[in-house]
Design a protein around this ligand. Structure first.
Ligand code: 5GP
Length: 194
């Protein structure tokens, strides 16, 4: 997605060979117009999959997921990272190792928001080693629902996440794929046909 790649090139900050900061439009301040375009792109890519629900993870997955939900006309559920006083019963949970925080945590979704008839599209802001996405896949499977795809805003293709998800046989669509963050610069993957 050219508009997204331009924004990353112009406003992204490379913090290390592995971490990209995009706080001006995705992870802290949010660019609603760009997020709407991201949502439209996901909706176009996954329209034929019969999606009934979108599942993401708080907090940075919520903006792109809501826009995709708007365009596909389906509800959006976000997994909670912290125990909430209002989220008390019948929880589906998974343990996730956070790439940015370097800690293990439990993510949770109330079973009342997922049914075995759901066809779920997972959306997240970044794909690094695939731990967040795999945690969400586990939660959706615990509900007996089907995962019909994973939409990622920014994939770091030099990390293992894409391969991990491919190995699960799940369709993954990433709107920007980064081949390297070496030498303080963002290099996008050269994709066939682009
Ligand atoms: P994974 O679970 O695939 O290892 O990592 C994905 C999660 O870690 C995303 O939900 C995202 O919040 C965070 N993350 C991973 N890499 C980066 C990065 O380079 N920049 C930012 N801002 N977040 C990242």
């Amino acid at each position: 997605m050219e508009k997204l790649k331009r924004k990353i090139a112009e406003q992204g900050t490379v913090l290390s060979d592995e971490v990209l900061k995009v706080d001006s439009f995705l992870n802290h301040q949010i660019d609603p117009e760009l997020m709407l375009a991201v949502g439209e792109e996901f909706a176009t890519l996954f329209r034929e999959e019969g999606v009934t629900k979108i599942v993401t993870i708080e907090s940075s997955g919520i903006a792109p997921a809501v826009m995709a939900g708007l365009k596909l006309g389906v509800p959006v559920v976000f997994a909670r990272k912290r125990q909430s006083l209002t989220l008390t019963e019948n929880l589906l949970t998974a343990s996730v190792y956070s790439f940015t925080k370097k800690t293990e945590s439990t993510i949770a979704v109330s079973a009342s928001h997922l049914s075995k008839d759901d066809k779920v599209l997972i959306i997240d802001d970044f794909l690094a080693n695939g731990q967040a996405a795999k945690g969400l896949v586990s939660i959706i499977k615990q509900a007996g629902a089907k995962v019909c795809g994973i939409g990622i805003v920014i994939e770091k293709s030099f990390q293992t996440g894409r391969e991990e998800l491919d190995n699960l046989g799940i369709r993954v669509e990433s709107l920007a794929r980064i081949a390297s963050l070496a030498d303080g610069k963002v290099t996008f993957l050269q994709e066939v046909g682009s």
